[in-house]
Unconditional design. Structure first.
Length: 367
């Protein structure tokens, strides 16, 4: 079963974006302003620590997926003709970014979403003129991803003019992070060791960061964060609730899985979102909540760990009817991920000179 929507008006969906102050900088080579990084100074069981948050909700299109959409578009642009239509499977954020590029280039676009995609992001795709197809048959692996992909395969068979960027296997996805997001983050952090937490769905962000860390050796401990029930890093599949994080199958970018990786429950992710907003006014999405929950867990487990950095994929604005709705939260067990944690201050970032370009193939930083 699926629901199809007509194209909507062009108004952007409104809503609040909560977060720290915006500090413009330059993203590596793209000419696009860098997303802000804030330092949340905490006391965890009376030990002072720094929680760094890179807020991708401030990126064009409201999420980290704008970077991926740009890369995918460049990859397919040579194949776009007058009769081309683009289709992509998405939990929402990539669909929104692709819808925006598609309307700019006057190419019809269809986003294949599922019932977990938030109503706000679906409405935003439609408002840009994108079509949405909602598949609602569970895939038997805890989500809808396999149903979404099955639908796309069927459409591709019937419509030769249809173009599928395929964010799940296109190297442009991890490359956007290896050459863009990761060096940009490095330029924004003090040059000290930190644990960098990355949420996993297609695995594109984590694979891109892994490639950057291997090549540039920034001194980061890179940790993948997934949800209970996700097979993205090779784990056991089961029911999942949150959009944007986790997958019904293993990441094609990380066929060997990834270590270290940690998992959180939906209740932990949501508890972290609510705690962060109430104690700092910074609003982040569900997958960012998963990262913050892991960060607090790590600070508590290893008191000598003084710095953890979370790459927060999106902001609160698409989660007002879910994570930030007390009524919606009633379905989750009550957990408190912030036991023994006190916020001391929220500080603005420094923007240092960007590091030089990275040669990934040679595995070294170019001079
Ligand atoms: C909300 C959200 N969480 C997490 C991620 C990380 O996903 P991926 O593994 O597909 O790079 C994304 C997408 O980048 C996202 O939009």
């Amino acid at each position: 079963m699926m629901r199809s929507t007509a194209t909507g008006s062009r108004e952007r969906a409104g809503g609040m974006v909560l977060g720290g102050p915006y500090h413009p900088g330059e993203s590596q080579g793209s000419g696009v302003a860098a997303t802000p990084v804030v330092a949340v100074k905490l006391s965890v069981n009376d030990v002072p620590v720094s929680l760094w948050l890179k807020l991708e909700g401030y990126a064009p299109h409201g999420s980290i997926k704008g970077r991926v959409a740009q890369g995918l578009w460049q990859d397919i642009s040579g194949r776009i003709g007058p009769r081309t239509e683009i289709i992509e499977s998405t939990s929402g954020n990539l669909g929104l970014a692709l819808a925006s590029l598609a309307v700019r280039h006057r190419v019809p676009f269809t986003a294949v979403v599922d019932p977990r995609s938030t109503a706000a992001v679906v409405a935003a795709i439609q408002s840009l003129g994108g079509r949405t197809i909602t598949v609602d048959t569970p895939d038997g692996a805890g989500g809808y991803l396999l149903t979404r992909l099955g639908y796309i395969q069927e459409r591709l068979r019937d419509h030769p003019g249809l173009l599928w960027p395929n964010q799940y296997a296109n190297p442009a996805n991890p490359r956007a992070h290896a050459l863009g997001t990761a060096p940009e983050l490095r330029a924004q952090l003090p040059p000290r060791p930190t644990s960098v937490l990355v949420a996993v769905s297609t695995g594109g962000t984590l694979a891109g960061f892994r490639d950057y860390v291997t090549a540039a050796r920034p001194g980061w401990e890179l940790i993948g964060v997934d949800v209970v029930g996700s097979a993205a890093l090779g784990g056991r599949r089961g029911p999942r609730l949150l959009p944007g994080i986790g997958a019904s199958r293993q990441s094609a970018f990380l066929p060997q899985g990834y270590r270290p990786a940690l998992r959180v429950s939906p209740a932990e992710a949501v508890s972290a979102c609510v705690w962060l907003r109430e104690s700092t006014d910074i609003g982040v999405g569900a997958s960012s909540g998963a990262l913050v929950a892991v960060a607090l867990r790590l600070f508590r487990a290893v008191p000598s760990r003084s710095s953890v950095t979370c790459l927060c994929p999106d902001g609160a604005e698409h989660y007002l009817g879910t994570v930030y709705s007390p009524r919606w939260r009633e379905r989750l067990p009550v957990v408190d991920v912030a036991r023994g944690v006190e916020v001391i201050a929220v500080e603005s970032p420094r923007f240092d000179t960007l590091p030089g370009p990275v040669s990934l193939r040679e595995g070294r930083v170019a001079p």
